[in-house]
Write a protein that binds this ligand. Structure first.
Ligand SMILES: Cc1ncc(COP(=O)(O)O)c(C=O)c1O
Length: 368
């Protein structure tokens, strides 16, 4: 099993802020008057009183539950795992940071693919880690994370943490569960697999129960399939022995009460997320059809974005700038295996005629 950094190994660091809900559970009764946390009087800007309900305003004024207990109970039930196998934090980005802080010390080697979602590399460098990277495999429609290559590199480098986004960003490529499980099982014993599944619901829905492996942190987000990017909330799933380490290092109030409350409502309203995914899928199918008709290479993305392989760096620049002139932002990731990419989030705006005309222009044809 991967070991945490020295200061967490004996599991004795206890966070000094357990929060009011933990006190209520311990006492077996409700706290009806909160006089311990130095929270403010319930006085709010007048406009807010006209706009928001009291239960919303109270959640703004009060410190949140550091343990996100209620949301974790709901997540445990929905994902078929124990409450202690779920940890809530401020989005997958924040969980990546937390995992690096927990499992590494300056100078340790970590591993990821060159050009994958950049948060991991950024935080790893900020922490003084040695970032080792491996190019993607394949080209065009077969551009994908090089799993056998990563495995070989892991045995060579012995990284403390290996980061893998599945589905990947920017390729949108998805490896199935059996493949990822075999990959996880084949890693060196000391390597933590940081499996970023921010988009996984678009690929496979909500399998129940989620499988947990002794060396893997599965990171999930409320930003994509639950539409709550602005609330900054996500969760990690792993066996208790791994999550316990993270609990010692996390920032206790990193997820506000509003976010916990709304995320739980979004999770319980399963029809809402299913509709969001179904409509996203319709946009993806429509995009892929138009891209095919225009002779564009659209990668088989299992995500809420699509990625075009442009025929040259100039074509990628030209499209990005033409769209910017219309006030439309798309992403131009770094070239992968020499291929210039344009990544486009699936929104109905894509099919507005002015925008569609630019995106679905035939390669080589000058833009109108
Ligand atoms: C692969 C991947 N992981 C994580 C994130 C960020 O997730 P969150 O909003 O939960 O921090 C993104 C956002 O684009 C992403 O593409």
């Amino acid at each position: 099993m991967p070991l945490a950094a020295r200061q967490f190994i004996d599991r004795t660091l206890e966070n000094p802020f357990p929060g009011i809900p933990a006190l209520e559970r311990k006492l077996g009764r409700a706290i009806i008057s909160r006089l311990s946390g130095n929270e403010a009087l319930p006085i709010y800007p007048g406009q807010w009183l006209r706009t928001y309900r009291e239960e919303f305003l109270d959640r703004c004024r009060e410190y949140p539950d550091p343990a996100a207990y209620s949301l974790r109970v709901a997540l445990g039930r929905h994902r078929g795992i124990g409450i202690d196998e779920v940890l809530v934090d401020a989005g997958v980005d924040s969980l990546i940071h937390l995992a690096l802080r927990t499992f590494t010390q300056a100078g340790d080697p970590v591993l990821c693919s060159t050009g994958t979602y950049p948060t991991f590399e950024h935080f790893a460098r900020a922490q003084g880690l040695q970032v080792r990277q491996l190019p993607y495999a394949g080209n065009g429609m077969r551009l994908r994370t090089d799993l056998p290559g990563l495995l070989a590199a892991a045995w060579d480098i012995r990284p403390k943490v290996l980061y893998l986004a599945n589905p990947d960003n920017p390729t949108g490529h998805y490896y199935n569960e059996q493949t990822i499980q075999a990959f996880a099982q084949a890693l060196p014993e000391e390597t933590l697999l940081l499996l970023d599944e921010a988009y996984v619901e678009f690929a496979i829905g909500d399998p129940h129960p989620v499988c947990l492996w002794p060396n893997t942190l599965r990171l999930r987000s409320f930003s994509k399939a639950y539409g709550l990017a602005g609330l900054r909330i996500g969760y990690a799933m792993a066996p208790v022995t791994l999550l316990d380490y993270l609990v010692q290092a996390r920032i206790h109030y990193s997820v506000c009460g509003i976010s916990q409350w709304l995320a739980e409502q979004a999770l319980e309203d399963t029809a809402y997320s299913l509709q969001l995914r179904a409509e996203t899928l319709q946009l993806r199918v429509r995009f892929q059809q138009l891209a095919d008709e225009a002779g564009l290479i659209c990668l088989p993305c299992a995500t809420n974005f699509v990625t075009l392989c442009m025929h040259s760096p100039e074509a990628a620049n030209q499209l990005q700038w033409a769209l910017l002139e219309l006030g439309v932002s798309v992403s131009k990731p770094n070239a992968l295996n020499g291929q210039s990419l344009i990544r486009i989030t699936l929104q109905a705006d894509i099919f507005v005629s002015q925008i569609a005309r630019l995106i679905f222009a035939r390669p080589g044809r000058s833009l109108p």
